[in-house]
Design a protein around this ligand. Sequence first.
Ligand code: ITT
Length: 198
Amino acid sequence: KTIVIATRNPGKAKEFTKIFAEKGYKIKTLLDYPDIPDVEETGKTFEENARLKAETIADLLKQPVLADDSGLIVDALDGRPGIFSARFAGEPTNNAANNAKLLHELTGIPKEKRTARFHCTLVFAAPDKESLVVEGNWSGEIGTIPRGDHGFGYDPLFFVPEEQKTAAELSDERKNEISHRGKAVAKLRNQWENWLKN
Ligand code: ITT
């Protein structure tokens, strides 16, 4: 049992591998298909971009494909970087530069105004089928010093009050239990085996 995930982000790939291994599935990502070109993310929403990735690659491979479009929504920045989270500091994705830019833009903003959330929209697409769409959110606060070396992306700056830790200080298992991506996958699991059969 193999699921193809339309991502080239190694951080996402690692999380999905772990999440789906527990369910008895193997995953492949676009890192396993170097000849497939990048899908341009021209949508204006997480869902539009996740659909673009999942539906384009499902048509190309003629098999079911899952895609994740996700990002960090910061209240004090009117929701930025949002759908532009991967390339906040420019192309190609540079996590260190993204985190530095985020800290810089929040200079002088007090703790109580540093609220943010991670969002994840997952789209499962298959040829000649209506896509399945689920989402998950995870609330936190943007810290002032990066902490922890698990996870990826903005995790070292994403402080989770309930855990008194940044996302990068959580174990991989714990992050998957409570994260935006973990919650979205939990919703997907209730529906996708039926969806694949019909
Ligand atoms: P693919 O399109 O190939 O999947 P991408 O990184 O370009 O990879 P997105 O456009 O969905 O994917 O951007 C997601 C960005 O949001 C990601 O690069 C991180 O900067 C941030 N992000 C999403 N989920 C995150 C998480 O769990 N922890 C930290 N940062 C996250």
